[in-house]
Write a protein of this length. Structure first.
Length: 261
């Protein structure tokens, strides 16, 4: 995977998001998020970017500090709020090296995690805004391919090793193929069980990197942009082809239904 300019991608896609959503009727439903209107989407991304600006800009490294952050009340001027939030996030991320310790909900606890995650968050919500406005434009293929990798290894994967156990299913291996960038990923469905430090018991299907040498039972292919949208349950630009064992594909669909809102 080529080195990506996450800060540049965050800025470009946040700006495109703001430009599109500002000229969209605020009561228009978001087709990719049926419970939201355009106004809800605008506030959501602003709130997310405000939150992570506070995390990285602190920097905050402990869960207790994160939980103490107050949530912003929804303002009357969503445009002004979004501008404030996205500016704060860009400045916070640019001010510290990627290896700077910073809290996250994932295994990686660095500002670099937030650089990547927020670049991808802005990209997918730009897609939401464009779907709402009926004004889709192409996605950067390299950034979309990175979004596929992140979806498979972080959003739907990254099972905690310190308090749980991941048991891979050797019959549920999936190869994901990007037809335009040439990237290939192999992932494996398995069952994760464990009890977190908060006392919550988990028993669910999730993904992890496939065991080397195991042949895939299903293959999913499409352009990087189509695969990224498909994995995020957004309407692809073109066709995503799914082939192979129906049970494997259904197991992946189950993981995707449970993994994202």
């Amino acid at each position: 995977m080529v080195s990506l300019d996450y800060l540049g991608a965050l800025a470009a896609n946040s700006d495109r998001f703001a430009e599109v959503i500002a000229r969209t009727p605020q009561d228009r439903p978001v087709p990719s998020c049926p419970d939201w209107t355009a106004a809800d989407l605008w506030f959501h991304l602003g709130e997310v970017q405000w939150f992570w600006a506070r995390i990285v800009g602190g920097p905050l490294t402990e869960t207790a500090d994160v939980e103490a952050l107050p949530e912003p009340e929804r303002p009357d001027d969503l445009g002004a709020f979004f501008t404030k939030a996205t500016t704060a996030l860009r400045e916070a991320l640019a001010a510290v090296p990627p290896e700077t310790p910073a809290w996250s909900w994932a295994e990686e606890q660095t500002a670099g995690f937030s650089r990547r995650r927020q670049a991808q968050e802005a990209l997918i919500h730009r897609v939401d805004a464009e779907l709402t406005a009926g004004d889709r434009t192409p996605l950067d293929a390299a950034l979309a391919a990175d979004g596929v990798a992140e979806a498979l290894t972080v959003m739907y994967g990254d099972p905690p090793r310190d308090w749980g156990e991941f048991r891979p299913d050797p019959a549920r291996v999936i190869e994901v193929v990007s037809t335009d960038t040439g990237d290939r990923w192999r992932t494996q469905v398995g069952r994760f069980t464990g009890t977190s430090s908060s006392g919550t018991t988990h028993d669910l299907l999730t993904l992890d990197v496939a065991t080397p040498g195991v042949e895939p039972s299903a293959v999913i292919s499409g352009t990087a942009a189509d695969l990224d949208c498909w994995l995020w349950r957004r309407t692809p630009y073109g066709e995503v082809i799914t082939e192979g064992d129906p049970a494997t594909l259904e197991a992946l669909a189950h993981v995707m239904r449970k993994g994202l809102n």
